[in-house]
Write a protein that binds this ligand. Sequence first.
Ligand code: ZN
Length: 615
Amino acid sequence: MTYASLYQKYRPGTFDEVIGQEHVTRTLRNAVENDQVFHAYLFSGPRGTGKTSTARILARALNCEEGPTSSPCGKCRPCIEIAAGSFPDVFEIDAATHSKVEEAREFLAGVPTGLTAGARRKLYIIDEVHMLSTHAFNALLKTLEEPPAHVVFVLATTEPHKVPPTVAGRCQSLEFRLVSPQKLAEHYIEICEKEGVKAEAAAIEMIARQAGGSVRDGLSLLDQTITAISEEITVEAVLALTARSESETVAAVVDAVAAGDPARCFKLIGDLVDEGRDIRHFVAELNRYFRAMLVTVLAPSAPGLVQLDESAKARVAAQADLLGESAILRGIDLCGGVMTEAASGGDVRFAVETALVRMARPATDPSPAALLQRIESLEKLVSTGGAPPSPSSERVSETPDGKGSADVEAHTPAPNPASADPVVPSAAGSDENAGERVEAGQPPVASAVSGEVPDFDYLLRMWPEFLQALRDKRKQRLHALLAEGRPIALEGNDLIIGFGSKHQYHADSLTNSRDQFDQLLAEVYSAPLRIQSRIVESVDTSEPEAATPEDVPAAPASARVRAADTSNPAADASAEAPDSSGETPISPTDTSEVGVVDLVREAFAAEVVEEYRSE
Ligand SMILES: [Zn+2]
């Protein structure tokens, strides 16, 4: 038996079954009923909203043995063959892969010929029509100018502005819209019922939100979730599967912005593109994240305004504190600009990258909002007396190979130097060692552990490297599993990862994916380690930056300014590495003299014109 995806299985077969496009289906239904079907339609709208499905339904409506009818039976030969893509008079082509003029000609060659037996109308469905070459468009235009009476064209596109007006002008244009999360949720709940799968309402709502208006994207997520769970679709299962990696990227981008690190922003956006994720959706999520930060700053005690789990909330609060109100507002503005750009069909990736550089480098942006942001961060620095020592200052440094090791450290639970765990040395000395090793970018393999199992202390210090390795290899799911636990002991070759009792799911999944972990452990530590999960009474997965925001409010901000000043991150990292956990780049005593001058210079890209000394 072959497995049919939910998307294939629940693909709409009638106009009634198309979700959230009533304005389109009404028009088409009337056209069929009144025998006023156009010769050419242009279906435009975001991906996954039902354009090609609707085109097939139109083909069914016109060719159903019971028809022409607005409610095709779904049981006759034409209905079945059209759904299967084998009906001889319905032609589908994806212009994204067949854009050349020869291919278009070949595709259109049969237009003038008659119908096969049992067919009433011949349909040509061209998906992603905007991808056709100019010559191919010309060939298409010729056909559209004098279409045979029995032929209907459906041109589908996600980018209607790229369709030549001469072509678009010969079509009836129908616009598909993003589907609301509510409608998607209703649809998915229905599917779960039909599939006999139990699901928490909140989990389905989460899937519906993640879908970003695309029926198909949400179904694909639902599919994955059903595969991953044993009994019921829970919020936790959905989170573990996707939300974490998505929001993890958003949070990492905010970290990079706060650290004044455009290079890392580019890298993260590049990864998104490589993974084939929807940048528009990402921007919407980023915007939502900025909103969450704003709410945290302006209404910290208002319950329910920010819907995040506790650890995510703590992180948002720490980042909000780091950025400050005006930077957050600017972020929202810039995201809004990108979304407008996206809606008008601009280059979204370019727009996002430009916006992120502006956020990360307010000094390069002459706008009043950027100026305000610089003033605010300067005020914050001066009011807190420069940059007190803090482990958080590590977060801005980069390893020479461009991996943000410190970034990982900042939000990985395991090697939390601030925790009271006796096996983690909290003294600066050993932290410094870890810092040096990580900062120097040496692969941990190099340090005398070949083949032998290193001690637990070492494993713990190198844990961020291991988590980074997971991310580098795009093992988001594995990373998400580990994010809820922490290494608690080494027993022989078994590295024990502790999970709190509410993370039973993570512990079980970890056990099920052991082979993959063990292989990576061997690669990172060059030792024959095995991973084991264990449920323990309490696991401290608090994040370092979240644990101490009150203690060291200014450290991250000063780190940000310093990072913004850095033209060569690699050189800077090696130069600053020993400072990162020990001495501070700008000591509090300096603030009154050199410190402030530096700060002003850095915040405003200012030059010292003349110097006056008091006394
Ligand atoms: Zn039929």
